[in-house]
Design a protein around this ligand. Structure first.
Ligand code: CU
Length: 338
């Protein structure tokens, strides 16, 4: 998993950072060196024992509501062989994949939608139970823990950072009701999806939908990042990580792709159903990823992705994070059977 895009609780949980196994150190990869000049002392918050994931049964509320997009299914070229991609990300080789027709949300789940779920079920997110989550250091105010992610010093563990208080104590989502919910773990996202009568998309479904009907394009809208100079996604602007960032944007910002999906590139990373893996067959029928694993695939890139160290806002790009991890730049959208 890439610590720069998917900082995991485990990555921050290695006292001293030196022996940080699990790949966090080696995974910073690419141009990360350009922005990791200052090494910080890695003192880590004592991990709080976490109760078993997903608190209690979540009641399934209803049939998949209207407003989802129907993706016709069929075959497509999945993955990329872009020389910009990192070999360890397993974007390639490009292979033929078939998926059944399915439904997918046109946009990520918003703070308002997640609030309804919490109100109806009393659900408590994993970050709330554990007590801290990852915040982009530029946004962090109170509650910053003396921990950092090896190779990705722009992440801060913040006590009290939750979906309701994305920057930590004192912050709120009051003015961000239509922004994507963040600081949700994979377990939280799955619980929401079950409640909504939906599920998380498989990685193959996510990519087919994100491609919007285009074949082997670099982005969901074509091959050019900013056609005619027009920005099409919320990614890092200016020098990373020092330029001022606005963070998330409303889930329906920018023009949607050919299938009507908004912000598949940039804004927030999106959880998928699949365990992480990097081995592919030349052809796969409705793939659902490895049977087991340690990390879940996340797709799409975020407002923090920048060409200078991570160009994972390309539509074939992928990384992962552990299912208990939460960050201020990861959210999700749901899928459902037709
Ligand atoms: Cu990135």
């Amino acid at each position: 998993m890439g610590a720069c895009c998917g900082p995991s609780r485990e990555a921050a949980g290695e006292p001293g950072g030196s022996g940080a196994g699990g790949g966090a150190v080696g995974e910073t990869g690419g141009g990360a060196g350009a922005v990791t000049a200052a090494h910080e002392v890695l003192t880590v918050p004592t991990p709080t024992p976490v109760p078993t994931p997903a608190p209690g049964p979540v009641t399934v509320r209803r049939e998949p509501p209207r407003g989802m997009v129907r993706i016709p299914g069929g075959e497509f070229w999945m993955g990329g062989d872009d020389p910009d991609g990192r070999p360890e990300d397993g974007e390639g080789p490009v292979r033929r994949v078939r998926v059944e027709p399915f439904l997918i949300d046109p946009a990520c789940v918003t703070n308002a939608q997640f609030a309804t779920f919490v109100k109806e079920t009393g659900y408590v997110t994993e970050a709330e139970r554990i007590g801290w989550s990852f915040v982009f250091r530029q946004f962090a105010g109170r509650g910053v823990l003396e921990a950092s992610v090896p190779g990705a010093p722009w992440w801060a563990g913040v006590e009290g950072a939750t979906w309701r208080t994305p920057e930590g104590p004192g912050s709120s989502v009051g003015h961000r009701q239509n922004h994507p919910v963040v600081h949700v773990s994979w377990h939280d996202a799955s619980a929401y999806a079950a409640w909504a009568g939906k599920r998380l998309p498989t990685e193959a479904e996510w990519e087919m939908a994100a491609r919007g009907g285009l074949e082997r394009a670099r982005y969901p809208w074509g091959d050019e990042l900013a056609p005619k100079g027009r920005q099409r996604c919320n990614i890092w602007q200016g020098h990373f990580p020092s330029a001022p960032s606005k963070g998330t944007m409303p889930v329906k910002s920018f023009q949607p792709n050919g299938y009507g999906l908004y912000n598949v590139s940039g804004n927030v990373w999106e959880w998928t159903a699949d365990w992480w893996g990097v081995e592919w067959e030349p052809y796969a029928d409705n793939p659902t990823g490895p049977a087991q694993g340690e990390a879940k695939v996340i797709r799409g890139g975020s407002y923090m992705c920048h060409d200078s160290y991570c160009n994972r806002y390309r539509v074939a790009a992928r990384t992962s994070n552990t299912p208990d991890s939460a960050t201020g730049h990861t959210g999700f959208r749901c899928a459902a059977i037709v």
